[in-house]
Design a protein around this ligand. Structure first.
Ligand SMILES: Cc1ncc(COP(=O)(O)O)c(C=O)c1O
Length: 394
């Protein structure tokens, strides 16, 4: 028998994907260069040359059995050790290779982390605005995603709502900083306060509440912004990382879970992840990619274009009268729409070939997201379209 729950999901197709398909279609009519497609978060800068060089060198010199064979089920030991050493150096942590589990991107990391700490029926809290894929990531484990309403003043955390929703049923809290879609980076004060509340509730309820920290944008932080490493503030943390955005290689599907050495059962969580992989089928990310990223762990692609694009857009949006919290990182900006109905707003923008994602699927109404991982030249050309759109419609 066909499984109804997956059949039902066909009705809830991603709005972002639909807009991206619309942009591609429109591009066939007027030339894609004339469509200001701000829909998808697909990096727009090339992978660092050092990564390409490493791949070429490895293909020429290394044993093909090592490059193309199965990796160990937790990841290649030397890679896990290098990841641990890099995190220790950068964030003052005390990981060993045993605390690292290699995954297929952040999606794979979250899939494992949630299954380690939440039983079916448990609640996982996240904060609006949030990445819409959290709904399938969490709900398909059998756990239940609950969304804490946004703090729309600053897109930090609405602590009053958080404290109310952090009941005995909550097994984990899922955060994403720097944040997709708001572009905001949680301050040290925000993380400290969140950690304090979680510790208090752990004590009150007599059970662990894990922090799952989703960090694919960790390296995309703008000048002068402090981006604290959440695991430093809360022992029961599983950090979920992806190289997709920092190295511009989302198609290679590579990331990891880093288990805070001071968390409950720290020594076995990675091993538990490898058991989870047996069931999900997402085991052993490609060996060659594990080895290649381990050679460039502290490098990034040239990410500077994102800050340039953000500044251009932020300035123009403010000039046009939009309300907007200035992003501290990522390649997203999240202004308030010029009417209450963000879906209607985004629909009108299409007439000007502006592809803007309405905020409803991010758990907040009345905003829209621009993914400005596109060429700066195109961002600049889009400003005239914004001016025409605002003047004619509002
Ligand atoms: C907030 C957030 N989490 C997780 C992911 C998934 O990352 P990956 O493609 O590396 O699995 C994304 C991808 O865009 C994201 O924006």
């Amino acid at each position: 028998m066909i499984v109804q729950k997956y059949k039902d999901m066909l009705q809830g197709k991603s709005v972002i994907r639909q807009l991206s398909e619309f942009a591609t279609q429109r591009g066939k009519e007027i030339g894609y260069e004339n469509v200001f497609d701000y829909s998808l978060g697909n990096p727009s800068v090339p992978v660092p040359q050092a990564f390409t060089d490493t791949m070429i060198r490895m293909l020429q010199e290394k044993n093909p059995m090592e490059l193309h064979g199965y990796s160990q089920s937790l990841g290649i030991p030397s890679v896990r050790e290098k990841v641990a050493a890099s995190l220790n150096e950068r964030f003052g942590m005390h990981y060993t290779g045993n605390h690292i589990f290699m995954t297929t991107g952040a999606a794979g990391a979250i899939a494992h982390a949630v299954r380690c700490v939440a039983e079916p029926g448990d609640e996982v809290l996240t904060f609006a605005p949030y990445f819409p894929e959290y709904a399938p990531y969490i709900n398909l484990t059998g756990a239940v995603l609950k969304v804490v309403p946004a703090d729309t003043e600053s897109f930090q955390i609405n602590f009053e709502a958080f404290e109310q929703m952090l009941t005995d049923k909550v097994a984990a809290v899922l955060i994403n900083t720097p944040n997709n879609p708001s572009g905001m980076v949680y301050s040290t004060q925000t993380i400290q306060e969140m950690a304090r509340i979680m510790r208090e509730k752990e004590e009150q309820y007599g059970h662990d509440i894990f922090l799952i920290s989703d960090e694919p944008y960790r390296e995309i932080v703008f000048a002068g912004v402090d981006a604290p490493y959440p695991s430093r503030f809360y022992d029961n943390t599983l950090s979920c990382y992806s190289f997709s955005k920092s190295l511009s290689l989302p198609g290679e599907r590579i990331g990891y879970v880093a288990v805070n050495p001071a968390c409950t059962d720290a020594d076995i969580i990675s091993v538990m992840c490898s058991q989870i992989s047996r069931g999900t089928g997402h085991n052993c990310p490609p060996s060659i990619i594990q080895l290649a990223v381990s050679e460039v762990l502290d490098l990034t692609a040239d990410l500077s274009v994102y800050e340039t694009n953000m500044n251009i857009l932020y300035k123009e949006l403010m000039n046009l009268g939009f309300e907007c919290v200035k992003p501290g990182g990522t390649f997203y900006i999240f202004p308030r729409a010029l009417e209450e109905d963000a879906v209607a707003f985004s629909e009108k923008a299409k007439k000007y070939d502006l592809i803007l994602v309405p905020s409803d699927s991010f758990g907040v109404k009345g905003y829209f997201r621009l993914a400005y991982c596109i060429d700066t030249e195109k961002v600049e050309r889009s400003l005239e379209a914004f001016r025409k759109f605002v003047k004619a419609e509002y």
